[in-house]
Design a protein around this ligand. Structure first.
Ligand SMILES: [Zn+2]
Length: 176
C-alpha cells in the first residue's frame, strides 16, 4: 500500500467517525450531515504522527454550540488514536441550509422538524432572499396544507408552523 492510498483511507475513516458528532441543538443530525464539517486535512511526514485539521463553518455566527462541537470532534478523533487534532473555523462562505445532506434532512423530518424547503444559493452562487413563503410539508403527515404560526420557534433558526390537516404544530428549519 502506498502512502497516498492509506491517507485517503484514513480520511474516509475520519469522515465516518465525525458522523458520531452531533449538533447539541439538533442531536439527531451529525455535524457532517448538517454541513458544518467542510474539510479534513491530513499531513504526516513519513514515520511521524498524523496531524489532522478539521475545518468547520458555524451554522450561526457566535453560536455557542461551536465550542461544544469542536471539543466533541477532538474527543472522538482522540478516541480513535488521532491525538494531534486542530480545529479551524472558516466563516466565509457562510453556512447555508443548502449544505445539509439529504440524509440529514430526512433525519430532521423523522425528528418532527420540517427541513428547509428551498435552495438558498442559486447556480451563480449568489444568495437571494425569496419574497414568497415556501411551501412547507408537515413532517407528521406530509400535507402541504400548513401555516406559519410564528416566525420564531424553539430557537431563532426555526419558525413555528401548524398543519391544517392533522392539526399538529411543528418546527420548520428556515432555509438561509
Ligand atoms: Zn400534518
Amino acid at each position: 500500500m502506498n502512502a497516498c492510498a492509506s491517507d485517503r483511507q484514513l480520511q474516509e475513516q475520519i469522515w465516518s467517525w465525525l458522523h458520531q458528532v452531533s449538533d447539541p441543538e439538533i442531536p439527531v443530525i451529525s455535524v457532517v450531515d448538517l454541513g458544518i464539517v467542510r474539510e479534513v486535512q491530513l499531513s504526516a511526514a513519513s514515520g511521524q504522527e498524523v496531524h489532522c485539521t478539521v475545518v468547520i463553518t458555524p451554522t450561526y455566527s457566535g453560536c455557542p454550540a461551536m465550542n461544544v462541537i469542536s471539543r466533541e470532534i477532538i474527543a472522538v478523533l482522540q478516541q480513535h488514536g488521532i491525538s494531534d487534532v486542530a480545529i479551524q473555523t472558516k466563516l466565509s462562505p457562510a453556512w447555508s441550509t443548502d449544505w445539509m445532506s439529504e440524509h440529514g434532512k430526512s433525519q430532521l423530518k423523522n425528528y418532527g422538524i420540517a427541513p428547509p424547503a428551498q435552495q438558498v444559493i442559486d447556480i451563480s452562487g449568489i444568495s437571494r432572499k425569496r419574497s414568497q413563503a415556501p411551501k412547507v410539508a408537515c413532517p407528521h403527515c406530509g400535507s402541504l396544507h400548513t401555516v406559519c404560526v410564528s416566525q420564531f420557534g424553539s430557537t431563532s433558526c426555526k419558525s413555528l408552523y401548524q398543519c391544517k390537516d392533522c392539526l399538529e404544530p411543528f418546527d420548520y428549519f428556515k432555509a438561509h
